[in-house]
Design a binder for this molecule. Structure first.
Ligand SMILES: NC(=O)c1ccc[n+]([C@@H]2O[C@H](COP(=O)([O-])OP(=O)(O)OC[C@H]3O[C@@H](n4cnc5c(N)ncnc54)[C@H](O)[C@@H]3O)[C@@H](O)[C@H]2O)c1
Length: 301
């Protein structure tokens, strides 16, 4: 199979390319290299097209493909340029979708838990969506467009995956937007006490990128179209990350707690309801936080 992976030079995209290539697929990466690293592609065979997903002329020049995995997006949720955020994440995604509709080929795309905004308990796909920043809104708007198409039942298969908090190899280029696990690892590996907001009991649904990439690729074979949560279903605390890192690094560094400057605006809790994912794709995350961090630190960091 020939698969186009947008954002294939980024964190999750390059993990997806690796899995596709390991199973013998031919991959074409479409990425403008605005938030990526060429190093993510050095061990991969993929053909690279260095272009922007918002450039409508590019789609006529693409080689023939059998499916698309769409990962490209502005992923820095704190970016103040709303025009750019909406142009890439919404208008760009619409162009990718239109390409799949015109060619009648399946599309798997990255949505985000950001569509839910503040949550205090399990987030389910059918609950009211209240994104609390432009990033979340851009993902929400595209999900709404796809939902309408899915309801008409006339499109090729489309699977949207609302990723929760992803961590793992190939994320170093993300800087301050990289995962909490990676930020804490950098501090602890240099012998510093890990700094977290008081008192480290904020809980999130952290999912290892190997699970995310595997399930994203498996979604290409989905028999039905759907928009699904992709998390572990188990929220874990920042203190849990620190314990797992201490274990993996063989250190005993105590957390250094400080006041949270974001107050109420901070996302203190995320948890994916994974029932629909399990029912639709017959799969679930395999890595616990401990296993994921062990693998990440020992094999990659
Ligand atoms: N990492 C997470 O925890 C997380 C959580 C929820 C959703 N997501 C979504 O998963 C997808 C992948 O995210 P990631 O964490 O790998 O981020 P990333 O920033 O590493 O990857 C995004 C890639 O898209 C490329 N890109 C950006 N704008 C582009 C454009 N206009 N044209 C072509 N390429 C462009 C970047 O160069 C980069 O390679 C994104 O859609 C993101 O919104 C990620």
């Amino acid at each position: 199979m020939r698969v186009l992976v947008t954002g294939g030079a980024g964190f999750i995209g390059s993990n997806v390319v690796k899995i596709l290539e390991d199973q013998g697929d031919k991959v074409i990466v479409l990425d403008n290299f605005s938030h990526s690293s060429y190093k993510n592609l050095m061990d991969l065979e993929a053909e690279v097209i260095a272009s922007d997903i918002t450039d409508g002329s590019i789609y006529k020049k693409l080689p023939k493909v059998d499916a698309v995995i769409h990962e490209a997006a502005i992923t820095d949720t704190t970016l103040a340029d709303d025009t750019k955020m909406m142009t890439v994440n919404y208008e760009g995604s619409k162009k990718v979708l239109d390409f799949c509709l015109a060619k009648n080929i399946p599309l798997v795309y990255a949505s985000s838990a950001g569509v839910y905004g503040e949550t205090k308990s399990l987030a389910s796909e059918d609950q009211k969506l209240t994104p609390h920043n432009t990033y979340g809104y851009s993902k929400y708007l595209f999900d709404c467009r796809v939902s309408k198409l899915i309801a008409k039942k006339s499109s090729p298969r489309i699977v949207g995956l609302r990723y929760f908090n992803v961590y793992g190899p190939r994320e170093y280029h993300k800087g301050s937007a990289a995962s909490m696990t990676y930020q804490l690892y950098l501090q602890m590996n240099s012998g510093k006490r890990p700094r977290v907001f008081k008192y480290g009991e904020q809980k999130r649904d952290f999912i290892y990128v190997k699970d995310v990439a595997r399930i994203t690729v498996e979604a290409l074979k989905s028999k039905t179209s759907a928009i699904l949560n992709l998390g572990t279903g188990t929220p874990r605390s920042f203190n849990d990350i620190i314990s797992s890192l201490n274990q993996a690094l063989k250190t005993k560094l105590e957390p250094d707690y400080f006041d949270n400057p974001y107050g109420d605006k901070y996302q203190n809790f995320t948890q994916a309801d994974t029932a629909l994912l399990e029912k639709t794709l017959k799969t679930s995350a395999q890595f616990s936080l401990e296993k994921g961090i062990q693998d990440y630190v020992n094999e990659y960091l």
